[in-house]
Design a protein around this ligand. Structure first.
Ligand code: NDP
Length: 453
């Protein structure tokens, strides 16, 4: 398709149009960039120096993209080939920082969108963190531990050339949990003979931080509570729906229980369980055993606890006060958002990255649902990764209550900064505008300070 840049296009339109022409097959990346940059129009109007310095063009072009072959042997002795990636988005604020995703859908568009979102998220934490994202189209599902280990070792053999504790510090994401981080870290040390904090999300026994596994889910609920407090509402006793049943979903569920809410659903790529009686601590422990140890499917919960299983469906048509999408991108579409609004949902906080389509966001905002975008709501994970890096550098371990209270105060600060920016730019309570504007001005000012690089 031919496309031209017209003189009447505004700065944002020209930049997004240029990206589409240059990389036409990257829809998720275009979506993420378009959403963020569109929301920044009032900031760009007030600060023309950002356009003069080409800030948008520079943010939309990663510092570096590394693409490599990962060859490994399966248990039958067959040679397998996957693709490995690391998108180093920007190191303006600190070493590249962001997770690794192992999932068959992984491609450059998805990793560029995730690396791009990470820029603003990491800036919002106010910690010295650059941004990146990486991973592979390898699917750990159905693989033996030995196969996962051989894959991780091969993946790290190449990745190790490009990362380091002061250069790039990856962490986990979908398909990369404690097991994978362990195998990756072991191989990194074998190759470099250095014990450094080169990955975060490590187990506590060998350099990890307490509360890192909990951080994204806990942080999302802390952020949601702040949003509700500002609107004079509370989670107490309220039914909540959660999608996913992995790391983020599990700890979202636990913090909701601690705050007196009533989680009623979880899901995986097979379908959703709807437990009207509520998922309590005991049932959550069962899910954690199912997902983290036995690596089973969520439908087994429905048989165990005699509740409804909705095969192939998402939880958005279940009546709820608050929704916590915690699985993957674009999982809440326009129809899902309409169901949430029709059923009286008052808040949606994104544990996952970009789980709502642009159409869904519009429906939620028009439907008076408080909407917490992922780059603010789920920043707790990377924030505690930043705290893990600090502890590794000091060779100290902080207590769990200490890390948790730092996490809570970072999430409160992110909420305050996002709210203040939304007020400053004329739309109080618009957290999309607020989070984007607060993160963007921090990184843009630093880019100007550091010159044309
Ligand atoms: P996990 O791999 O632990 O869990 C992912 C969950 O989502 C699983 O239940 C999985 O189901 C489901 N899921 C994944 N992909 C799909 C899909 N395409 N369709 C339907 N269900 C899917 O990942 P995390 O919990 O770590 O990550 C979840 C989300 O949170 C991601 O968007 C991630 O980027 C984001 N995030 C994670 C952070 C972290 O610290 N871990 C930090 C910030 C954001 P199944 O097992 O069937 O695939």
């Amino acid at each position: 398709m031919l496309s031209f840049t017209f003189w009447w296009m505004n700065y944002v339109e020209r930049v997004v149009d240029g990206l589409k022409r240059r990389d036409p097959a990257q829809p998720e990346f275009h979506q993420a960039v378009g959403e963020v940059f569109d929301s920044l129009l009032p900031v760009l109007e007030e600060r023309p120096e950002y356009e003069e310095a080409g800030i948008l063009e520079r943010l939309a072009e990663p510092d570096r993209v590394i693409l490599f072959r990962v060859t490994w042997l399966d248990d039958a002795g067959r040679t397998r080939v996957n693709r490995g990636f690391r998108v180093q988005a920007t190191n303006v604020l600190g070493p590249y920082k962001g997770g690794l995703r192992f999932h068959p859908t992984v491609n450059l568009s998805i990793l560029k969108f995730l690396g791009f979102e990470q820029i603003f998220k990491n800036a919002l934490t106010t910690l010295p963190l650059g941004a990146g994202k990486g991973g592979s189209d390898f699917d750990p599902k159905g693989k033996s531990d030995a196969e996962v280990m051989r894959f991780c070792q091969s993946f790290m053999t190449e990745l190790s050339r490009h990362i380091g504790p002061n250069t790039d510090v990856p962490a986990g994401d979908i398909g990369v949990g404690a097991r994978e981080i362990g195998f990756l870290y072991g191989q990194y040390k074998r190759l470099t003979n250095e014990v450094t904090g080169v990955l975060t999300g490590k187990s506590v026994g060998w350099g990890g931080s307490l509360i890192r596994p909990e951080a994204t889910g806990y942080g999302t609920v802390y952020f949601a509570s702040e949003m509700l407090k500002a609107a004079k509402l509370s989670l107490d006793g309220q039914p909540c729906v959660i999608s996913g049943s992995g790391n983020v979903a599990q700890y979202t569920c636990r913090k909701l229980l601690e705050l007196g809410a009533k989680p009623v659903s979880m899901s995986d790529s097979g379908g959703t369980v709807y437990d009207k009686d509520g998922i309590d601590e005991e049932k959550l422990a069962w899910i954690m055993e199912l997902k983290n140890k036995r690596r089973g499917r969520i439908h087994e919960y429905a048989s165990e606890f005699k509740c409804e299983y909705r095969e192939g469906r998402l939880p958005w048509d279940i009546p709820c006060f608050a929704a916590f999408p915690s699985a993957t991108q674009n999982e809440v579409d326009e129809a899902g958002a309409k169901s949430l609004v029709a059923n009286g949902c008052r808040l949606l906080a994104e544990g996952a990255n970009m789980p709502c389509t642009p159409e869904a966001v519009e429906v939620l905002r028009n439907g008076n649902v408080l909407y917490g975008p992922g780059k603010a709501a789920n920043a707790g994970g990377v924030a505690v990764s930043g705290l893990e890096m600090s502890q590794n550098a000091m060779r100290l371990n902080w207590r769990s209550d200490e890390v948790d209270s730092r996490l809570a105060s970072i999430m409160n600060q992110i909420h305050e900064d996002a709210y203040a920016a939304s007020e400053r730019y004329g739309d109080p309570g618009n957290y999309v505008l607020g989070a984007n504007a607060a993160g963007f001005t921090r990184i843009a000012d630093a880019m100007i300070d550091q010159g044309v690089v």
